[in-house]
Design a binder for this molecule. Structure first.
Ligand code: SOE
Length: 379
């Protein structure tokens, strides 16, 4: 008799992230041997026709048009929140109160206060929870974490990260509504800070520990855009670009930059960490490589190594193909589902939990507050 259990998923929102998560649910059990198997029970979206199309494309058994109805269903174990940021708190709180596990798209919330409430409520309800900061689970990034935790870099001096895009440069691009809600401050909470830097901050805290204080500047290059929901030209409230420096609790210095105005860059997430013995750098456009420099190497052959992270002893890679054959972006989501399901079986939380993701939210808030006050702000 099989001891496999189904985990019934209710997905709310079927945009870009709805697709990445659905793909992960569908593939995880083909590659990972886990006690729980995701079962795509229901997808929820306000547009019934589109939600039905999505359900048939991805194999969801049923469709809901009201998220409250989805949460009320007895046959849903876990709610996956893939809706705009301004809806995360209300849905997560209702789901936790209904005893559902929650997988919430990043960033956790619109601000720290909302995030605090969300973290407390999932903890009080005792429901498993996680936030989809997927880049932690790129094998090369997970490998960097292992090397840093082993102490190979020695004392850390610097952490540097960038997340560069160029898709909002045209002033004709409207704000608001489906696909463009990331430009609407009321739906997104912030611009690149919550959307892109949040990824960089999550990875940085995971690799290098907590951030204590920040000094930031933001800019909104295009001040007004047509709003898709009202048809009117409205003030743009999001930050188009953000640069900040910071101190980490371990004494190292941080430098972060993000923009949607770096012509030529579509999604260039890079980071570099410099320690007394060694440095590591990583680049999303070459995501299966981790670059490593070790000063302790023989000086005649010392140099940056480009490690092709595909061998079976490297994080997650024994689950995929054979050494030398790489994986990509979508696999990071498969890994997050695998870790979530494994954690359920073992009774351990899948990182980052709401509580852990709240730390990123606090840094984002400090960054925005520093940019508006032009002062250093403690996290
Ligand atoms: C925005 O363009 C975006 O899709 C983010 O919302 C994602 O979190 C990031 O991974 C890629 O860029």
């Amino acid at each position: 008799m099989s001891d496999k259990k189904n985990l019934n998923i209710g997905l709310i929102g079927y945009g870009f992230m709805g697709r990445t998560h659905s793909n992960a649910y569908r593939r995880v059990s083909n590659f990972f041997d886990l006690e729980y198997t995701p079962c795509l029970k229901a997808v929820c979206g306000r547009n019934e026709e589109k939600a039905t199309e999505f359900a048939s494309q991805w194999g969801y058994e049923s469709v809901e048009t009201d998220w409250k109805a989805l949460i009320a269903r007895d046959d849903i174990d876990a709610v996956d929140i893939c809706t705009p940021n301004n809806t995360h708190a209300e849905i997560a709180i209702a789901a936790a109160k209904a005893g559902k596990m929650i997988l919430c798209e990043k960033p956790l919330s619109m601000n720290t206060a909302e995030g605090e409430e969300m973290a407390k409520i999932v903890e009080d309800a005792g429901v498993a929870n996680t936030v989809w900061y997927n880049y932690r689970r790129v094998p090369a990034v997970t490998l960097a974490k292992k090397l840093i935790d082993e102490g190979r870099l020695g004392k850390i001096f610097h952490y540097r990260a960038n997340f560069l895009q160029d898709w909002t440069i045209s002033s004709d691009l409207p704000q608001g509504g489906e696909a463009l809600w990331r430009l609407d401050v009321n739906a997104a909470g912030s611009g690149v800070t919550g959307d892109l830097l949040a990824h960089c901050i999550d990875t940085a805290i995971w690799l290098n520990g907590g951030i204590t204080d920040v000094s930031a500047m933001t800019e909104t290059f295009i001040k007004e855009r047509v709003h898709n929901l009202t048809g009117k030209v409205e003030k743009v409230g999001i930050d188009d670009a953000c640069t900040f420096m910071c101190h980490f609790g371990n004494g190292s210095l941080g430098l972060f930059e993000s923009t949607r105005y770096a012509r030529g860059h579509k999604a260039l997430y890079t980071f570099e960490i410099n320690g007394e013995n060694a440095s590591i750098r990583w680049d999303l456009h070459d995501l299966h490589r981790m670059e490593y420099f070790d000063h302790r190497d023989d000086s005649l052959v010392r140099g940056w190594r480009s490690v092709h992270v595909t061998d079976g002893d490297m994080p997650y890679m024994d689950k995929w193909w054979v050494p030398g054959l790489q994986i990509g972006y979508e696999h990071t989501f498969v890994h997050q589902v695998a870790d979530f399901l494994d954690g359920l079986a073992k009774g351990t939380p899948a990182s980052p939990t709401f509580r852990e993701a709240l730390e990123t939210q606090k840094v984002c808030d400090a960054v925005l507050s520093s940019a508006s006050s032009r002062q250093w702000v403690n996290v």
